[in-house]
Design a protein around this ligand. Sequence first.
Ligand SMILES: *[C@@H]1O[C@H](CO)[C@@H](O)[C@H](O)[C@H]1NC(C)=O
Ligand SMILES: *[C@@H]1O[C@H](CO)[C@@H](O)[C@H](O)[C@H]1NC(C)=O
Ligand SMILES: *[C@@H]1O[C@H](CO)[C@@H](O)[C@H](O)[C@H]1NC(C)=O
Length: 478
Amino acid sequence: MARCALSGLLLSSCGYLALALNDCQDGTCSAHFIQMQSSALKQTHPWPHARGSPPRQFGTTPEVWTSHKLSWSFHDPAGKYHNIFAGGPVIDQDKNLFQMSAKGVYAFNSSGHNLWHYDPPGISNNEVSLYGDLVLGSTKTGNAFAVNRKTGEEVWVTNLAKDAGGDCGYPGASEGVFVVGAEMGHDPASDGGNVNVFGVDAKTGEKLWEYGVDKPVWNLTPLFPGDGSTVFMDFAGGMYKLNLKTGAEVWKTLPETSRASFSDGGATLGPNGLVYTCSNFGENRGSEGTTGMVRAFRLDNGTQAWYKMTTMPCNSYPAVGHIHGVSPLAVVVTPGSFMGQENLHGQVLALNANTGEQLWRHDMKPYSGLFGMAAGDTEGSFTRQLEGIQQICLPAHWSAPMIDGDGMVIAGRSDGNMYKVFGPTESFKGTQSQNMTVDSGTISEKIPLGSAFLHGALAAAPGIFAISSCDTLFVFQK
Ligand SMILES: *[C@@H]1O[C@H](CO)[C@@H](O)[C@H](O)[C@H]1NC(C)=O
Ligand SMILES: *[C@@H]1O[C@H](CO)[C@@H](O)[C@H](O)[C@H]1NC(C)=O
Ligand SMILES: *[C@@H]1O[C@H](CO)[C@@H](O)[C@H](O)[C@H]1NC(C)=O
């Protein structure tokens, strides 16, 4: 037992503590422990994917922000509007950061030195992910690719379909299988996204399976609960669980009331056997004045555990974890409307992960961007046109939120600010300063970073918090 406890502690830095301790309780500790340790060693990247490290894709990090300061940033050498970034960085076990952009993949060490650059087989709007020594990605030309994370050398390229949507996806790998979307959708609700999800052998690039979805997947973000499956959401809030090795459907749950809706949000795992989604209701498509929907589904059989309507559209991904000053496990979402007009409302909302009841909310000052666009989009559009790249980033209202080790919520907003929401004012221990706001009993701080953010903007690793706007990567270090 003592050995188990010690092992648990050793493993905790990789996030495997809870699993190791559970295994100890059934009396077969050592056998399970050895297995656990080898699988933990294989995948030790702190932030290999936009929602975290499988099977803990909770949008949560054990790192505590407190003393991190901006240490370096990177944008195109010609000026920030000369490129456009896809999502945010991923971070490997050596604290190197990898950022996809309209001009290819950039790899940096933790002091900001550019290690290598890779030109993918086609323009990509998709954040890359890490798996072992590979950087995996996909392009608008329907290709998936793998690159060696240390050298930037191409390992394989596989064509999956004639094209792929221009949305910003977060493909990812686990248990040897890279899950990625391709073949652009043409649904009446929205043109784009992908109608097929593929399983590809991460080592060889061989296509293993292909699965046709009921409605297109938008910003496909596969989750890996660690039971040999992958789970993901379509743009109408429909949930799918597939066998990771074969692509066989384990279950699918398509909430009837929302099949005509559109959201570019998605799903996030919880540590409690549930998976949470942020999407829209009825025929709502994420615009100002419409409602959104947060749902919890059982991972084992797909049954909906609860739902909660939000007063603003739900267009991003939840984060699930413990938030400061509140005891129940929380699911945090960032409701807010799409761009295209003035006076856009946005909030950060924390719900009880077991029941859906509200824990707290923090409403932001309504945002009015230049010509109704996200910060940086109108400003950078002409430069990008001259560069021959996508003219605007067109992010949703918010990035996906991240919960840090102290229960603080961090998210980037379309107004070009990163916000830290500390939670209830009475449990806030710091000193209030300029750019802090109290709303509905909760306190937030605004950190101006210039341009808006895509869902996968945030990443964390020991001693590092990183956030990418649509044009600049900012790295904060201790
Ligand atoms: C990053 O690379 C530069 C150039 O090789 C080097 O000077 C620096 O020490 C490296 N930083 C880290 C943290 O390895
Ligand atoms: C899923 O499991 C729960 C709890 O055992 C049960 O109440 C529910 O009916 C199950 N749903 C299906 C579709 O089997
Ligand atoms: C507070 O926000 C303003 C812009 O809204 C900015 O100029 C200033 O630098 C911010 N202060 C801090 C400490 O971030």
